[in-house]
Design a protein. Structure first.
Length: 274
DNA sequence: GCCACTGTTAGCAT
DNA sequence: CATGCTAACAGTGG
């Protein structure tokens, strides 16, 4: 479930642990993890320092001296962890980045192996297939611009929230939570959203993302930050994973349906279909 | 043992 | 452009 708040938490916990350190080498243990083409030789990383760690959508960007960047996508079960180099590798660790000092190395673990790593030229990153076409950041999008993303679209509101080309970083958990907070039924056609609905969706989407970041993300199973710590937001989820439980607002049992192949949780009374 | 289910998204058919 | 299905993979729980 690494969605925007989890990836942001990974970035914030990882940055102070690796920024400024000089790379000694990279080990790729699962060939398919790295995207080719546009995977420059990982050997080229040796001797260069980490400049910065940042997030775009659900992806982590690590920029390195000399104009190279590493891009990671955690997909469902990926983890970026700082671990002591002496610690044995488990079978789900697919990539390691070691440093010239004696500190922790960076490890990429991914039980389901859906995640990827790309090594790109920083200058070409924005135009790469990983980033081109990605929608705006919800926390950097104003009310009007947010509304414009939905106007003239024909899809269902939840599907659009999940579409990374429309808006970046929102996944299944926060889509359900934002729709609940905004009192919008997940199947509502975007064409039917009024300005007042879009205002609430904008405000509540941002609110739930900010609160989730403050709680350091949601750990329902695999998610951990760079130090291996769980988040706390799972305790604050109001509908996700709560089918059958009473709605925290009105007491009606939360329902679960499938929308676009994704489990979808909502209150049939607070979120009226329109 | 088998089946259903899981947070993502690319690719393909319709 | 949109939707729906499958696949990639491994683990968990019934």
């Amino acid at each position: 479930m690494p969605e925007l708040p989890e990836v942001e938490t990974v970035v914030r916990s990882l940055a102070p642990l690796i920024r400024g350190r000089k790379i000694s080498g990279a080990r790729l243990r699962l060939e398919k993890l790295i995207r080719r083409p546009a995977a420059f030789e990982l050997d080229a990383l040796a001797g260069r320092r980490i400049l910065d760690v940042s997030r775009r959508g659900k992806m982590v960007r690590i920029s390195v001296e000399g104009g190279l960047s590493l891009v990671f996508h955690l997909k469902m079960t990926g983890q970026l962890l700082a671990r002591p180099a002496a610690e044995p590798l488990d079978k789900h660790t697919h990539f390691c980045l070691a440093f010239r000092d004696d500190g922790a190395e960076l490890r990429f673990r991914d039980v389901r192996k859906f995640g990827f790593l790309a090594c790109l030229r920083t200058a070409e990153m924005a135009a790469s297939k990983e980033f081109a076409g990605l929608g705006p950041e919800p926390l950097e999008t104003g009310r009007e611009a947010f509304a414009a993303l939905f106007r003239g679209r024909r899809g269902r509101t939840k599907s659009l929230l999940l579409d990374q080309r429309v808006i970046a970083g929102i996944g299944n958990i926060y889509a359900d939570e934002a729709l609940f907070a905004a009192r919008i039924h997940p199947l509502t056609g975007a064409v039917r959203l009024r300005t007042s609905d879009l205002d609430r969706l904008w405000r509540e989407t941002r609110r739930v993302l900010r609160r989730a970041i403050a709680a350091r993300g949601t750990s329902v199973s695999d998610y951990r930050d760079a130090e291996g710590l769980e988040g706390d937001f799972q305790e604050r989820l109001r509908v996700y994973g709560r089918a059958g439980e009473p709605c925290p607002r009105c007491g009606t049992p939360i329902r679960r349906i499938v929308v676009g192949g994704r489990g979808t949780h909502f209150c049939p009374r607070c979120q009226r279909r329109c």
